[in-house]
Design a protein. Structure first.
Length: 492
């Protein structure tokens, strides 16, 4: 196929569908908005429904089924230097599971950085893969995890030479990047693949001042959420493949096992349009975003009581290898408040929604969709927050454990603990028991408790104090955390 990045096959197929005035007797049942509830049409607009057509039998006909999507995926692969690209309308939560299942199977080992997203843990539960956890590089002063180093993966492979591959998260939601080239070399010396969960890195291929991205660093599979730092709609994700360690047909089969048979053409269109936008103007667009972020960072640093975490904070010996400046992570510890208090105040009093929130930080991600006006509103709101902070009351104490206390022993496979006999016990009786559920502060979505881990008092105290201080825990069976789900006595 001749590579022409001015083309957008999915968008063009939607235009053709409308122009030809096709009369569909297929799903979706709203029939091009005609059957949709009038109140819904008023809120969403008819354009949403007009673009909501079958991917196969709608964008394509029966005889050419899949060609529109195939051409769009080929263009995406070319834009980011991949051999193959697969679109997902179920977010990177599906994409990373498909990648894992293409590399390892039930009871086979996979090296995984312990700062992995909860979707990775869900993949372990569904697959029966045995995780070999590789410890992140902990910043004990800031209570923050950075991706594991290449040396730490080397040690893990030495202890577990039968591992089928490795998975690392880079960049983290805080913007910290791994030594992907070094980790890929560790994997490839053993002829096993490296999966990179690059959900926060859709923008990385398009400007030289951004960290090197997975495909250009030697990774075999890269998972990217276009909806996070790109222009895709929510749930728009892609996963890319390079090299011959993972057959593309196998990766496609694993994705088909997990994916929907009714993918959204709207989400496909968002992915297709993002690729065209960035292939044609990516360097210009991302350069403007980098300049804007630099200005925001400098201005926040001048606000008393606030500090913007920068490369000097995150990178260096024993810390992260690289740094993405677009997630503007603001430490509000100097204001005497928590990140939870800061985020709540900004939303309630200034209509500004922060992304990351933890016991001492908030995150304000700057993307190519921002401009001087939105940046100015953010800065004005942060200055107002600094003035209001003394009246917010003393910061609730969050009992953040030391790095050594935060880690718990994995004594059962996540799948066995999750699906086996379980019972609910009071929180103050849970220490020493084996967890049968995930408990995940969100965002950023990195579980503090995994099924199969033996619970300890410091982690339980951290979660209960965090919940009282405003931490969001979306997944425990008891949202109040009065009880914890554990493996039943006799089944431990």
């Amino acid at each position: 196929m001749k590579t022409d990045h001015t083309r957008a096959p999915v968008l063009e197929a939607l235009v053709d569908y409308r122009r030809e005035g096709r009369l569909s007797f297929t799903p979706p049942g709203h029939k091009q908005a005609r059957g949709a509830d009038p109140a819904v049409r008023e809120v969403l607009g008819d354009a949403v429904f007009l673009g909501d057509v079958l991917a196969t039998g709608g964008l394509d006909d029966r005889l050419t089924g899949g060609r529109v999507l195939q051409r769009a995926q080929e263009l995406m692969a070319d834009a980011v230097h991949a051999d193959h690209t697969f679109f997902s309308t179920c977010g990177s939560s599906l994409s990373v599971k498909a990648a894992m299942l293409a590399v390892a199977g039930p009871h086979e080992r996979l090296l995984i950085g312990r700062d992995a997203h909860k979707s990775v843990v869900a993949g372990l539960i569904l697959s029966g893969i045995e995780p070999v956890w590789v410890e992140p590089r902990w910043d004990a002063e800031r209570h923050l995890a950075h991706p594991p180093s290449a040396g730490e993966f080397e040690q893990a492979f030495a202890a577990h030479p039968d591992a089928k591959g490795a998975l690392v998260t880079s960049p983290t939601p805080y913007g910290a990047g791994a030594d992907l080239r070094g980790i890929a070399e560790v994997c490839h010396r053993r002829s096993v693949p490296l999966i990179v969960d690059e959900a926060w890195g859709a923008h990385l291929p398009f400007h030289p001042d951004l960290p090197s991205w997975a495909m250009d660093s030697g990774a075999d599979i890269c998972v990217t959420s276009i909806h996070k730092m790109g222009s895709g709609l929510e749930q728009g994700s892609v996963f890319h493949l390079r090299g011959d360690l993972v057959p593309p047909q196998l990766l496609g089969m694993r994705a088909d096992l997990l994916g929907t048979t009714s993918p959204s053409a709207l989400i496909f269109a968002g992915l297709d349009g993002w690729r065209r936008q960035m292939a044609l103007r990516g360097r210009e667009i991302m350069g403007a975003a980098l300049d804007l972020a630099a200005g925001v960072r400098a201005a926040v640093e001048e606000i008393d009581g606030m500090h913007v975490n920068d490369r000097e904070d995150f990178c260096g010996p024993g810390m992260a290898h690289d740094f993405d400046p677009l997630p503007v992570v603001v430490d509000v510890h100097g204001l005497g408040i928590t990140g939870f208090q800061a985020a709540d105040w900004l939303r309630a009093h200034r209509g500004v929604v922060a992304h990351l929130t933890d016991h001492r930080r908030i995150g304000a991600q700057i993307t190519h969709g921002d401009d001087r006006e939105t940046a100015g509103e953010l800065l004005a709101a942060l200055r107002d927050l600094a003035r209001a902070a003394p009246g917010l009351g003393p910061a609730p104490t969050v009992a953040v454990p030391s790095p050594s206390d935060l880690r718990m022993a994995q004594v059962r496979l996540p799948r066995d603990a999750f699906f086996g006999p379980a019972e609910d016990v009071p929180l103050d009786e849970a220490a020493g028991r084996v967890a049968a559920e995930m408990i995940t502060p969100y965002p950023p979505g990195i579980p503090a408790v995994l099924p199969g881990e033996r619970l300890t008092e410091p982690v339980l105290r951290y979660l209960s104090s965090g919940l009282a201080a405003g931490m969001y825990l979306p997944d425990p069976s008891d949202p109040e955390l009065a009880t914890v789900r554990v493996v039943a006595r006799g089944a431990e």
